[in-house]
Design a protein around this ligand. Structure first.
Ligand code: SAM
Ligand code: SF4
Length: 315
């Protein structure tokens, strides 16, 4: 379906839980995360995805919180992949639960996996995630490689004074493994407040540190693509702050508590809770027509207007 600015909306990011087994400092608070009794049931999520498919959504990305902490994640993915009209089912995960789940998810129909990996240093991983282990995330990556997904992308949030010294080492992963590595600019959300403006570094820093990276054919996604000589995968630069990509935005978001968000950085929400298929379809139409032209000023000092921490949106 077309929005008011001529953008065709084909992509729905579905957050299936706000819960997470990590507590990344840029994403969520250390404590006080509710158990989310308001989480949509599997039936409600499927009804929503079906309504979306009926309006032209072709790609679904399952996210969270950490989507793999949901007990019914494999069944949910199998049922979502089988929906009429859905051409691509992807998942974004911190990877730590992939050792057990990579193969079942692949068999359920998940085609592509994004794994968050901000650092290759054990101590830094434990510090940024507050409670995670790099070893578990790395085992998850290995399990994903073994399971044979169509595509694996690693996501690293760029944080000045934390991982900018690791840009070359993280980029090297595209030479060592058949993976893409995307650097994402730190977005100033609620609860990423412990990082001040000095922590923000633009994606252009990556190119300064990697002068050998060459632009390659773009794939229509939000990342600007480059490649290191001899690499197996691409480098992607995602710059929501320094160069917004609103004109190409083709997505909607569904939060785990049942709210459609037309824009990541706007407080506008359309509730799907308690609605039948027809009611959900009407809310999807309203959300698509309510999509703003752009997300407004977002900078190292100007906070997102989303009003939610990232684990409560889905990234
Ligand atoms: N738990 C999963 C994971 O970590 O991949 C999925 C949910 S997480 C909210 C989705 C993505 O959002 C991750 O790649 C994470 O790094 C990114 N993210 C979270 N907070 C962010 C922020 N303040 N700025 C930029 N990216 C952020
Ligand atoms: Fe959890 Fe992902 Fe947020 Fe980290 S970025 S706290 S893994 S939801």
């Amino acid at each position: 379906m077309l929005d008011r600015y001529g953008r065709t909306i084909t992509y729905l990011r579905v957050s299936v839980t706000e819960r997470c087994n990590l507590r990344c400092r840029y994403c969520m608070p250390a404590e006080g995360v509710a158990n989310c009794p308001e989480e949509l049931s599997r039936e409600e999520l499927l009804r929503a995805m079906e309504a979306a498919a009926g309006l032209g959504i072709r790609k679904l990305r399952i996210t969270g919180g950490e989507p793999l902490v949901r007990r019914d994640i494999v069944e949910l993915c199998a049922e979502a992949a089988a929906l009429d009209g859905i051409q691509e089912l992807c998942i974004t995960t911190n990877g730590t639960l992939l050792p057990e789940l990579a193969r079942p998810l692949k068999e359920a129909g998940v085609r592509r996996v994004n794994i968050s990996l901000d650092t290759l240093d054990n101590k830094k991983y434990a510090a940024i995630s507050r409670c995670g282990s790099l070893e578990m995330a790395w085992k998850g990556l290995e399990a994903a490689l073994d399971a044979g997904f169509e595509k694996i992308k690693l996501n690293a949030v760029l944080i000045g004074g934390f991982n900018d010294d690791e840009i070359p080492a993280l980029a090297e992963l595209t030479k060592q493994y058949p993976v893409d590595l995307r650097f994402i600019e730190l977005m100033p959300m609620v609860d990423s407040g412990e990082f001040g403006p000095e922590a923000f570094i633009p994606c252009s820093t990556v190119l300064q540190k990697l002068p050998e990276a060459q632009p390659v054919e773009q794939d229509g996604g939000v990342a600007k693509l480059y490649r290191l000589p001899g690499a197996q995968g691409n480098l992607g630069l995602i710059s929501p702050v320094s160069a917004h990509f609103c004109a190409q935005c083709n997505r909607l978001r569904l939060t785990a508590d049942g709210k459609l968000k037309p824009c990541l950085h706007s407080a506008a929400e359309y509730s799907l809770r308690g609605l039948d298929a027809e009611g959900m379809r009407a809310q999807f139409e309203a959300a698509i027509l309510g999509k703003p032209r752009w997300h407004g000023v977002l900078s190292a000092t100007e906070h997102s207007k989303a009003g939610r921490s990232m684990n409560r949106i889905g990234g």
